[in-house]
Design a protein around this ligand. Structure first.
Ligand code: NDP
Ligand code: HSE
Length: 429
């Protein structure tokens, strides 16, 4: 059977999952394609680390990237190392050498995706990146192809497995933040530097990649307004439950009359909302289109085999294109103007937690500061901490972010308010 030669750059969580799936399902994959994708070389910096891995005949580890990029027989380079400097260098070299590239690297795509897609197209090769967003959920090709006939108006998703795992565990068993983060790292969900997960950067990169496709604009990481989950407290999770909410880190891209707004932030959502049922390392994306109406895509957002599944699907797609001599045909269309809408102007209702004096008339003083900003109180819970101090958990009416920032300033000047604990958006159903 005809073979298409493939090389892996990296053999960690995703690289090993990809290789394992290619081996386990080799016969099925060959039968489906009529061509055999064959991994001949695997680049890693330190092959000594992999002495316990038994490779089949015809596959070798190499510590020389030039051995891969200079090999004319290799048609598909699979970049699963991560990082943006060396990985970008390798991807550019491979594309310029007329090799197709498959990558799982959202950092790279969110930094330079539109440029690299142009480069691939100029060199007549494919650049595919299904695994870069939502791990095992086939969403990139779905947006390009299956939903290609829709004008998309909104994407709302849980796009980071690590933070969803942490928030789910904190909500369900009252687990401690640091312990759950360590568990997510051990399970291979977290990035090498988990700051990217917990500060929302990873989700923002994924939102930038999806929005570029869904809205045909050159969207980069810097275009997304980001807030992470590090300030979320178990007290807020408990008050949220009393109000009927669950907390999630959401990525939201919304086409408004004034432009496209792009945000990643924690938000309370109703316990009845379908996204509330997305637990653990699972991810999900809601898409609103003018043909399909609402659609939701759900599955494992991280991990070795689920992510490997997406990488393998790209390898198969490119293998088919290679066999048909049809690579380099995907030339994405981008509008010249990004037309972004300032995220701070987006309206929402808010949850606020205040530590206040436990004395008569405090609630009225707090409510009057909210009223001065034209914000009304929808619900409030008061919990007495001791004879001097009480906690107020407040749900506000819908208002622009700027009103909330003003009222926080006013609270900070109010003598009876000891501390503004947290301020969290509430997503409308
Ligand atoms: P790992 O850290 O588990 O693996 C990285 C691999 O690349 C190792 O085998 C490492 O081997 C090799 N490598 C070779 N050169 C370099 C280099 N210069 N810098 C870093 N590594 C190098 O990463 P993952 O498999 O978790 O992630 C790979 C990519 O996939 C990243 O872009 C990540 O964001 C993305 N991704 C990860 C998911 C996951 O669930 N883990 C899900 C979706 C995407 P050695 O150290 O021996 O050189
Ligand atoms: N660190 C990422 C996550 C891996 O937790 O979702 C998948 O992209």
């Amino acid at each position: 059977m005809k073979e298409v030669e493939v090389a892996l750059l990296g053999f960690g969580t995703v690289g090993s999952g990809t290789f394992s799936l290619l081996q386990t399902n080799a016969e099925l994959i060959e039968n489906r394609l009529g061509v055999r994708p064959h991994v001949s070389k695997i680049y890693v910096r330190n092959p000594q680390k992999y002495t316990d891995v038994t490779l089949p005949e015809g596959t070798v580890f190499t510590d020389s990237v030039d051995d891969v990029l200079g090999d004319e027989t290799i048609r598909i380079v699979v970049e699963v190392m991560g990082g943006t400097t060396f990985a970008r260098e390798c991807v550019e070299k491979a594309l310029k050498a007329g090799k197709n590239v498959v990558t799982a690297n959202k950092d790279l795509l969110a930094e330079a995706g539109p440029y690299l897609l142009d480069l691939a197209s100029k060199n007549g090769v494919d650049l595919r990146y299904e695994a870069s967003v939502l791990g095992g959920i086939p969403i990139i090709r779905t947006l390009y192809d299956s939903l290609g006939g829709n004008k998309i108006s909104e994407l709302v998703g849980i796009m980071n497995g690590t933070t969803n795992f942490i928030l789910s565990k904190m909500t369900e068993d009252g687990s401690n933040y640091d312990e759950v983060l360590a568990e997510a790292q051990a399970l291979g969900y977290a990035e090498a530097d988990p700051t990217a997960d917990v500060e929302g950067l990873d989700a923002a990169r994924k939102l930038a990649i999806l929005s570029s496709i869904a809205f045909n604009r050159r969207i980069f990481f810097e275009d997304v307004h980001v807030e992470g989950i590090t300030k979320i407290d178990s007290t807020d999770i408990a008050f949220g439950k009393e109000f009927g909410y669950t907390i999630k880190l959401l990525g939201i891209a919304k086409e408004t009359k004034k432009g496209l707004s792009l945000n990643v932030h924690p938000a309370f959502i109703s316990q009845q909302h379908p996204l509330a049922a997305v637990r653990g390392s699972y991810n999900a994306l809601y898409v609103k289109g003018n043909g399909i109406d609402d659609a939701m895509f759900y599955g494992r957002g991280a991990g070795s085999l689920p992510t490997g599944s997406s990488v393998v699907s790209d390898i198969m797609e490119v293998t088919k294109n290679e066999a048909a001599q049809a690579t380099g045909k995907l030339t994405p269309f981008f509008y010249p103007d990004k037309n972004l809408y300032a995220s701070g102007k987006i309206e929402s209702s808010y949850y606020m937690r205040l530590l206040v004096d436990n004395s008569t008339g405090v609630l009225a003083k707090v409510a009057s500061k909210l009223a001065e900003q034209r914000i009304s109180v929808q619900a409030v819970i008061q919990r007495n901490e001791d004879a001097q101090t009480a906690t107020l958990a407040i749900v506000t009416s819908i208002c622009p972010r700027s009103y909330i920032l003003n009222v926080i300033n006013a609270f900070n000047k109010l003598r009876v308010v000891k501390e503004v604990g947290s301020v969290i958006r509430i997503m409308a159903d």
